[in-house]
Design a protein around this ligand. Structure first.
Ligand SMILES: [Fe+2]
Length: 169
């Protein structure tokens, strides 16, 4: 077994859990602003990130690699606005995409199980970035108009509770 490639998956597993922690801190900020819809939406994002991390843990265990949980850095707690939150979230997702893409490159021709497994995450990142981009565009258009922000808040609050994705079995 090429341990290096599985170490990268293990590192990414921890980064997915770090993502969950970051979104949790963002949800606390929007909750503080009484934006219930944004808060629900971000809390569901937390659940998704945990599923992403779990998918990697399950994969590592199925190939006989023992997952190692590392320390999670303290997330940023305060933000300038919900727009600031969403911009930082998009930046974070771009970093996730960069790391996932790197895993795919490293796995190519080295371990086809990893290369195949990571494809689900590559596709998922396209969706993630598009979602955050759309919310940012809307927030930029409405500016400081709280009436419009509340309309978006109500809409985001409709996001359904995520169900566990079928990543790789
Ligand atoms: Fe993720």
């Amino acid at each position: 077994m090429d341990k290096k490639i599985f170490d990268l998956i293990n590192e990414q597993m921890n980064f997915e859990f770090e993502s969950a922690y970051i979104y949790k801190a963002m949800a606390a900020y929007t909750d503080d602003l009484d934006l219930d819809g944004f808060t629900t939406w971000l809390d569901h994002q937390v659940t998704e990130e945990i599923f992403h991390g779990e998918g990697m843990k399950d994969f590592l265990q199925s190939v006989g690699y023992k997952p190692v949980y590392t320390a999670i850095p303290e997330p940023q707690g305060d933000y300038e606005s919900v727009l600031d939150v969403m911009k930082k979230a998009l930046e974070h997702e771009k970093e996730v995409t960069r790391r996932i893409t790197n895993i795919a490159k490293e796995a190519n021709g080295v371990d086809e199980r990893v290369r195949s497994f990571i494809q689900w995450y590559i596709d998922e990142q396209v969706e993630e970035e598009e979602t955050f981009n759309k919310i940012i565009t809307r927030l930029e258009r409405v500016g400081d108009d709280w009436h419009s922000i509340y309309i978006l808040d109500a809409e985001l609050g409709q996001r359904p509770e995520p169900t566990e994705p079928n990543i790789a079995e």
